[in-house]
Design a protein around this ligand. Structure first.
Ligand SMILES: Nc1nc2c(ncn2[C@@H]2O[C@H](COP(=O)(O)OP(=O)(O)O)[C@@H](O)[C@H]2O)c(=O)[nH]1
Ligand SMILES: [Mg+2]
Length: 239
């Protein structure tokens, strides 16, 4: 799809050891949205993602690399990605996991929903959405975290823990990123909570969450408990 005239879209990918996925994911994103620029926030992955991107960038002006010295968590990586979009004056920023769990085929529908929303969620938990390849434990963890976040943070949206989202950068500008508490996976719930505080309109577009194509998940079971603790602190901190 083509972007409306004057709109600039940044697609952000946070990565730790996702080089094998990036090789095909980045061109796949441009298949759906050729005008998008892509930012990879990489934490000095041992698989050589950094040098691989630096070489690619010499041939591709739509590609950007924000390299961090060491693995610092998905929360701070996501924040860095969104802050980059604010600092570089994009209109919209879409974030995807970099392992093909979030297929770029949904980007056109997500962008269309932004016509009347400030935040659009690529949602596993609305009609037409779903998850493939998860065991019982992973399903339970996701459902439990979502119910917990809805209860504590008063969120009305269905998929509050997924990272597949599009944000209107003008609304992100209103957030105080210094106040964020999450450094890990709870960043997703915290972002929705803070976006709601600044009056964002939300939309959810169904996606099928797919099994990662290469590599291994970086999430640990303990991450669920850590996320619950952070969500509680966010709720207590209030405005
Ligand atoms: N930059 C950065 N990316 C991360 C970090 N932890 C996870 N990611 C990336 O975040 C995305 C989601 O992580 P993943 O391990 O697939 O989590 P899962 O899908 O919940 O199993 C992937 O693109 C990871 O490479 C981190 O500490 N730093
Ligand atoms: Mg994944």
């Amino acid at each position: 799809m083509r972007l409306n005239v004057g709109n600039r879209l940044l697609v952000t990918l946070c990565t730790y050891n996702e080089r094998e996925n990036l090789v095909t994911l980045i061109p796949e994103i441009w298949k759906y949205v050729p005008d998008a620029e892509i930012l990879v926030v990489d934490d000095n992955s041992p698989d050589g993602t950094g040098p691989f991107l630096e070489e690619w960038i010499t041939r591709e002006p739509r590609l950007h690399h924000l390299g961090r010295p060491a693995k610092q968590g998905l929360g701070t990586a996501t924040r860095a990605a969104l802050q980059y979009a604010v600092e570089h004056d994009y209109t919209l920023v879409c974030n995807l996991d970099a392992d093909f769990s979030h297929h770029p085929r949904y980007l056109p529908a997500i962008l269309a929903a932004m016509e009347s929303a400030d935040v659009t969620i690529g949602s596993r938990y609305v009609a037409g959405g779903g998850v493939e390849g998860w065991g019982v434990r992973r399903h339970f963890m996701s459902q439990a975290i979502n119910a917990y976040a809805r209860l504590l943070l008063g969120l009305k949206t269905k998929d509050n823990s997924g990272a597949y989202r599009c944000y209107r950068v003008a609304k992100l500008r209103e957030l105080n990123f210094e106040r964020f508490l999450a450094t890990g996976y709870a960043i997703q719930e915290e972002l929705l909570y803070r976006c709601r505080q600044v009056g964002c309109r939300f939309a959810e577009v169904p996606i099928q969450f797919e099994e990662r194509r290469h590599g291994v998940s970086k999430i640990r079971f303990s991450e669920g408990f850590r996320a619950c603790w952070v969500i509680l602190r966010v709720a207590l901190q209030g405005k």
